[in-house]
Design a protein around this ligand. Structure first.
Ligand code: SF4
Ligand code: SF4
Length: 502
């Protein structure tokens, strides 16, 4: 049985995810050994012709677009034909309706919390030559560096002193950064405690591993393992990736299947927008989501959609450049297409775009981001301003500045890590499907983690605003018993207790 056969049953986005698929997989009897040789999973489940056929057939009439928005607002999953219709919409008024639909859906599914995290680059050795990346092998100007144990600890301490609780560790793709190495760095990060600071969730962005490798990394206690396909179009992929292991499109495409088989069911997918047609990439991200849901009963935890700009000698093909209007539309379309998947918006985008796009569907953002290796603890690393970055960031605000703006814009900043630590896996599915999930867990946990931040790290001005937003959100829960319970916990936090969660 080919993957394409398994997933075509679900590509229409009909009923999700029954057990039959797992049984299909079991029948296929994959083992770590079989993965070492070519097996069925190494066949691609992306069919470019199929995606283009959907896009060419999409008519996007006002009636259809409105019906699709309504379907999504009823928390029904969209199929590929419907996603194509939204992505093809050109009428500015209809586009506005799509954005409003995404805004409404986001409120329904995620409430007003925004989860915050920071990336930590561990090392930039790399054997690949992705033409858009500052760490590519052919960039001889790149200063290669891997944080040693002490530097890693000092960077984590610096992040903790800012109030961060969730990190994503980023590694170049190099034999040095194997599963043992990644697992070791994860354990180190979890052990670092500075004052009341600690990192409670470590996510990973690194090369595909084999099954045993994914198991090892999972055992070190990671949250999400992210692997981005960059572009889902095979020919475009070949154009940008001409050396190193990463040039194997299929190997990368099925990497998260291997992770699932290894028991690592919390995975993140992404595309680098600007390498190929953005509509195609949106469709392919949804197709990848369908595939994971069909085969493993759980879709990706997160989708990322960084947008590439010109860097040094890499120039974005003007045909594929994603302008700001298309970017906001693509985020809104993704929100409506996959309501229960977290959408991550990074500091590659400038402040104004982040503020705009946040409304239409993003649930997680990075803040206080520094991508220069070792930059969080400047005093331990000699300052070198050039060629230690993978790309440029356009929102350089501190965590405190981002929190300040979020509160002004009526969001509830959150450092919550509760589900993962309580074993509530498939959390995104749960919050989508379990009535009251946000009210019972997400909002109270956002309140408690924001209170910790205020007590330990906030300036008096942010503290004052922060307590106000906490009060307002408690009142809006409209539940006396819950209010009393949260207020008791807030008293404990004021008295010095930490890490309280629901
Ligand atoms: Fe290496 Fe990743 Fe950069 Fe490609 S994108 S060159 S794999 S660090
Ligand atoms: Fe995420 Fe669970 Fe926390 Fe809600 S309660 S913010 S789903 S970890």
């Amino acid at each position: 049985m080919r993957l394409t056969q398994v997933c075509k049953q679900h590509q229409k986005g009909k009923k999700p995810y029954n057990q039959n698929h797992s049984r299909n997989w079991e029948k296929m009897k994959f083992t770590p050994e079989t993965y070492q040789i070519a097996d069925e999973r190494q066949k691609t489940f992306i069919d470019p012709k199929e995606i283009w056929d959907y896009l060419h057939a999409a008519k996007s009439s006002p009636e259809r677009v409105r019906a699709i928005i309504r379907k999504s607002l009823d928390k029904n999953r969209l199929n590929l034909a419907e996603v194509a219709e939204l992505a093809n919409t050109k009428d500015p008024e209809l586009i506005e309706e799509i954005k409003q639909g995404a805004r409404l859906l986001k409120k329904k599914v995620y409430g007003n919390r925004i989860v915050l995290f920071a990336p930590l680059y561990v090392g930039n050795l790399c054997t690949n030559n992705c033409s858009y990346c500052g760490f590519r092998t052919s960039n001889k100007q790149a200063v290669r560096k891997t944080l040693d144990q002490q530097e890693l600890i000092e960077n984590v301490e610096a992040l903790e002193e800012n109030g961060q609780k969730r990190l994503i560790l980023v590694y170049g793709e190099h034999p040095k950064y194997n599963a043992d190495y990644i697992a070791e760095t994860v354990r180190t990060v979890y052990q670092v405690k500075k004052g009341n600071g600690e990192i409670r969730r470590v996510n990973i962005n690194a090369a595909p591993l084999n099954m045993e490798g994914f198991r090892k990394v999972a055992e070190s206690g990671i949250g999400t393992y992210q692997i981005f396909q960059e572009t889902y179009h095979p020919e475009a992929y070949a154009h940008y990736h001409q050396a190193g292991k990463k040039r194997d499109y299929d190997h990368r495409l099925v990497a998260l299947d291997v992770a699932q088989e290894a028991g690592l069911d919390d995975v993140g997918i992404g595309a680098l927008f600007g390498l190929y047609d953005w509509r195609f990439e949106v469709m392919a991200l949804v197709r990848h989501t369908n595939h994971l849901e069909a085969c493993y009963n759980v879709g990706p935890h997160t989708i990322s959609f960084p947008r590439i700009t010109d860097v040094d000698d890499f120039k974005v093909d003007p045909k594929y450049q994603v302008n700001d209007d298309d970017f906001t539309l693509l985020v809104a379309v993704l929100r409506l297409a996959v309501p229960y998947t977290g959408l991550i918006l990074t500091a590659r985008e400038p402040q104004a775009i982040r503020k705009e796009v946040l409304q239409f569907g993003c649930s997680q953002i990075d803040a206080g981001t520094k991508i220069e290796l070792g930059a969080y603890a400047e005093d331990v690393v000699e300052k070198q301003n050039v060629n230690k970055e993978q790309f440029t960031i356009n929102d350089e605000r501190s965590l405190a500045e981002v929190i300040d703006e979020l509160i002004d814009d009526e969001y509830l900043p959150s450092f919550c890590t509760a589900c993962y630590r309580l074993g509530r896996t498939g959390e995104h599915f749960m919050e989508f499907s379990v009535p009251g999930f946000i009210k019972r867990y997400c909002t109270p946990n956002a309140i408690l983690t924001l209170a910790e931040y205020i007590m330990d790290y906030a300036s008096p001005e942010i503290a004052e605003k922060g307590w106000r937003v906490i009060d307002k959100n408690i009142t809006q829960l409209n539940d006396e018993k819950q209010e009393e319970n949260i207020r008791k916990r807030l008293d404990k936090i004021r008295a010095g207790e930490r890490d309280l969660y629901y």
